[in-house]
Design a protein around this ligand. Structure first.
Ligand code: AMP
Length: 249
């Protein structure tokens, strides 16, 4: 079995996001970037499948600017066998990402593609579903457990009010939820080994995909700041304020 994992380079989740003064987007200059957390979980799941004999090859794919190679190296240090980098400086919307991944899947013929359920920068939660639709493959989204058996995957999904387990046929697309696993840290020897693993380079044009934007961002603004709270003396004052000021009871 061959597994392909899609990883995105995003602003690190610990960074306080700053909006650009011209309101065209968020500041990325000199900002720490990392692998999207849900994609770390996707790589970890791929590495586990590779380690327990379920998968023979694990390929990490990323679309983005030159520095995206660092993110691919992290995936290689975690245990992926090789990388594919589609280089572009343009912002790539989920549909264009799905089309690029579609083109790569046609070349690579994996049995399973794992993506994060969402990228924490655009919060779109679209790419995996769009990729499955373009390929005409089964999909198991928001996976909190994945079990492979006999050309099938049992995917336990986090849904409103509980867990749902579905069985899908391979080839399939799976997207990861937070509780699927805890990603490992790459060890120093593995970071060194990852430097020698191959990364294949291409461009959207090489893959024959038009990535021009279909959406126009009108403006990006900070959320309005919250008003300071007040400390009340007793329950009676709280009830009075809720009734007469906030008018919520
Ligand atoms: P989104 O639909 O943008 O929320 O992203 C969902 C998932 O699609 C991410 O967790 C990644 O697995 C994948 N993905 C999105 N953008 C990229 C990208 N530029 N390169 C590789 N994978 C991506």
């Amino acid at each position: 079995m061959k597994v392909l994992v899609a990883i995105k380079r995003v602003i690190d989740y610990n960074v306080k996001i700053r909006v650009k003064s011209d309101e065209t987007g968020v500041e990325t200059t000199n900002v720490k970037m990392s692998m999207n957390p849900f994609d770390e979980i996707a790589i970890e799941e791929g590495v586990r499948l590779r380690e327990n004999g379920g998968a023979e090859e694990l390929v990490a794919v990323s679309i983005g600017p030159k520095q995206t190679q660092e993110t691919i190296r992290t995936a290689l240090a975690m245990g992926a066998d090789r990388g594919i980098h589609v280089e572009t400086d343009d912002e790539v919307e989920p549909l264009a990402v799905a089309k690029l991944l579609h083109a790569i899947v046609e070349k690579e013929n994996p049995d399973l593609v794992i993506l994060g359920k969402q990228a924490i920068d655009d919060d779109s939660n679209q790419t995996g579903q769009m990729l499955a639709a373009l390929l005409g493959w089964s999909q198991g989204t928001f996976a909190s457990e994945l079990e492979m058996s006999d050309g099938k995957a049992n995917v336990t999904r986090e849904i409103d009010g509980g867990l749902e387990t579905i069985q899908i046929k391979l080839p399939a697309v799976v997207t990861t939820d937070l509780r699927l696993n805890t990603p490992r840290y790459a060890s120093l020897p593995n970071i060194m080994k990852a430097k020698k693993k191959p990364i294949d380079e291409s461009s959207p044009a090489d893959l024959g995909v038009d990535i021009s934007a279909r959406l126009t961002t009108l403006k990006v603004t900070e959320p309005s700041s919250r008003e300071a709270g007040v400390i009340v003396e007793d329950v009676a004052e709280l009830v009075d304020k809720l009734k007469n000021e906030a008018k919520v009871i």
